[in-house]
Design a protein around this ligand. Sequence first.
Ligand code: NAG
Length: 312
Amino acid sequence: MDGANHSVVSEFVFLGLSNSWEIQLVLFVFSSMFYVASMLGNSLIVLTVTSDPHLHSPMYFLLANLSFIDLGISSVITPKMIYDLFRKHKVISFGGCIAQIFFIHLIGGVEMLLLTAMAFDRYVAICKPLHYFSIMNPKLCILLQVAAWIIGLIHSVFQLVFVIKLPFCGPNVLDSFYCDLPRFIKLACIDSYRLEFMVTANSGFISLGSFFILIISYIFILITAQKHSSGGSFKALSTLSTHIMVVILFFGPCIFVYTWPHPKSHLDKFLAILDGVLTPFLNPVIYTLRNKEMKMAMRRVCSHLLVYRRIS
Ligand SMILES: *[C@@H]1O[C@H](CO)[C@@H](O)[C@H](O)[C@H]1NC(C)=O
């Protein structure tokens, strides 16, 4: 050590989730299982929707795009977390840390906007069924998706611009298993109060805002569906209740992580597992297992795959 007190931090050390061997083992088994299952499930959805012309409608395209995003969500945090679980010295390079923050906010932002687009799609389908195909035309469908990516990108870059030049002069231990802004900012050698406020305002507000918009629109759709028909409303109700479940599961941890003022507690770490490991797995389960059309299409894709393998 040259003793200079402006030494540059080139890597960060994670404390991980827990020191207990048993908890680590449980985490290892469950995370690996959920990770593999969500990669398989989401890949199968993307493959099924893109290869089956019966499913070329806005709802399924949005679903396939959500699955595509979920492949990304699970891959930003989970593999590194699993790899680190039993290592004594868990480190991540400065660049790796910045990359994690960038992708978490990009993918998280896009996922929130896609969920909103899916709510809009259901709104049109249930409240304006006669105009569904003229409103949700392919152009609008693509426009919604492009908009989701652009807004997600702006959101992520906007946050990074503020933190990428932060001075780090020594402390480099993150009490977590991945890099994200609330704890990252606290390590910088500045008075981080204003930055913390910016993060809470930006990420907290976006997640809280879209959460309330989503919940309100779902309530609106439910009320409309109830008024219109009695037979259709039951089906609408069961579809919507699953959507609402996904929304709560996904947004709950986000809102907590960004608006909870005391990152000293360990609760946010375990909640982050929900978003990183569990939601990407649950989305395909929730959206497809209750959908007959999707299940049949998946069966077709699987049998095709098997036939191809037998031929080659
Ligand atoms: C996303 O949706 C578009 C249509 O809007 C579709 O063409 C594309 O295949 C979808 N992407 C994936 C990965 O399924």
